[in-house]
Design a binder for this molecule. Sequence first.
Ligand SMILES: [Zn+2]
Length: 247
Amino acid sequence: MTLGGNPPAKPGSAVVPPALSNVRFTIADFNAVPAHSRGRKRQSTSGRDARAPSPLAKTMRLGVVADTHGYFDPCLREMLAGVDAILHGGDVGSPEILDELRQIAPVHAVRGNVDSPELNLPLSLTLNLTWLQVEIVHILSVPQSDLGKWAGLASRKGKPPQRRERFLKTFSESTGAVVFGHSHAPCLVNLGGILFFNPGSAGKKRFSLPRTCGLLEIFPDHLQATIKPLERYNGKLPERIRLEFDE
Ligand SMILES: [Zn+2]
């Protein structure tokens, strides 16, 4: 346990007392925007209600991690310093990881396939972060490699494959970003106006994949997602992605 080192809580602040350390943070802090004005402007051909971001929305910076598998990398303290919250895409590994991350910012985590039920984490989470709705799941219902393939197809002329459409329909119409994990391979893809964000594994080295984490920045009119290496890496990481949302 590391919560003994917590700074004293301000009255009304969101610091969770040690006895409640396995109770996950609620999204109440981020729910100040009324439900009808939330959501993203979906680049859809169906002409359904397109909700735009608010120019008055504040900027939010979110740390994104996944697949820590019981290892807390001390570099995360510096990499994620000052973020408003941390999203964990599952395979946390132990409660100590959540305790460490909570020293940095409030944590929203889901349960991965190797996480014990004692961690008391939900299998999925939907958060409203200023104007952006984010869903977190550990495992996508399609292989991660399909996302890139489908995004490539969408940028050419022609009808997107039905499997892609069916997959996108598994998410809420208001969702603008999906955080996931499991493959340990970092991924940033814009598919049908939804950002798919796998920050890679922030745990110990496995396979030949780089150890990475991510940063999701929500600006009043666009999103920016970045993969950050947690070690020297000479290979290619997914490029920073920016999603614009017009009025
Ligand atoms: Zn997994």
